[in-house]
Write a protein that binds this ligand. Structure first.
Ligand code: DGL
Length: 237
């Protein structure tokens, strides 16, 4: 009875933001947005049935993302979908915008510009999925914003899988150990800045930073993405 009474209210409840990722990667983005605007009504969608996106072909990613978009539209009809996943972003953001013209999308762009602004050695590292690393979009960003830098790429499905399946129940020591190979790789290749180009890494940013200190800085896109989502929201009201 109560459910029957509540149902129409639940159905008409307006959702401002849906955060979409393949798993836990978008959680730090949603938490940051709630920190900046407590009143935001947010839904989190992790397409865990299709995790990991980073090992899929472009065609498979587009198919999964369009299916997720359709379910989100039917169930929540949000004003804004934040694509809190770099892999979805490079493979399917434009396609989503064309398919769901009534919804505003905010993408996740790796902080290559920030890295280019602060790198003293002019050597930056992009830590991402294999799919994101293989995509020409990042090279275009680098050529535009950090043209005189060398960019070292590392697709790291093992670390992403650790974060998705183990990091929330692991110790800080386990998490630091898990990110050591990636940090070592960038250090050996002369990088002084690491860009977190997969949203999953935000869940262990502190540990990556601790392992990378004192000679390597770690940068991410959280503030940029959240500020963009909030300014778009402000403009829609
Ligand atoms: N969190 C996703 C990203 O930002 C990728 C994780 C996955 O491989 O599914 O690219």
């Amino acid at each position: 009875m109560l459910k029957k009474l509540l149902q129409p209210c639940l159905e008409t409840k307006l959702v401002d933001f849906v955060f979409l990722d393949s798993g836990t990667g978008g959680i730090p983005y949603m938490l940051k947005l709630k920190e900046k605007y407590e009143g935001a009504s947010c839904v989190y969608v992790g397409d865990t049935a299709n995790f990991p996106y980073g090992e899929k072909s472009h065609e498979e990613i587009v198919k999964c993302v369009l299916e997720a978009g359709s379910k989100i539209q039917k169930k929540f009809n949000p004003k804004i979908i934040v694509i809190a996943c770099n892999t979805m972003n490079v493979n399917a953001l434009d396609i989503l915008r064309d398919a769901y013209a009534d919804i505003q999308f905010v993408g996740t762009v790796p902080a290559i510009k920030v890295a280019g602004d602060i790198s003293e050695k002019r050597c930056i590292g992009l830590l991402a999925t294999k799919s994101t690393c293989n995509h020409p979009y990042n090279q275009d960003l680098k050529n535009h914003f950090a043209a005189d830098c060398k960019m070292v790429l590392r697709g790291d499905p093992e670390l992403i899988s650790f974060i998705e399946h183990e990091s929330f129940t692991s110790t800080e020591e386990d998490r630091m150990k898990a990110c050591e190979p990636a940090v070592k790789y960038f250090r050996e290749n002369g990088c002084d800045t690491i860009i977190l180009g997969c949203t999953h890494f935000l869940n262990i940013k502190n540990e990556i930073q601790m392992v990378a200190a004192p000679d390597i800085k770690v940068v991410d896109s959280v503030d940029g993405v959240v500020n963009r989502a909030l300014s778009l929201y402000g403009a829609l009201r």
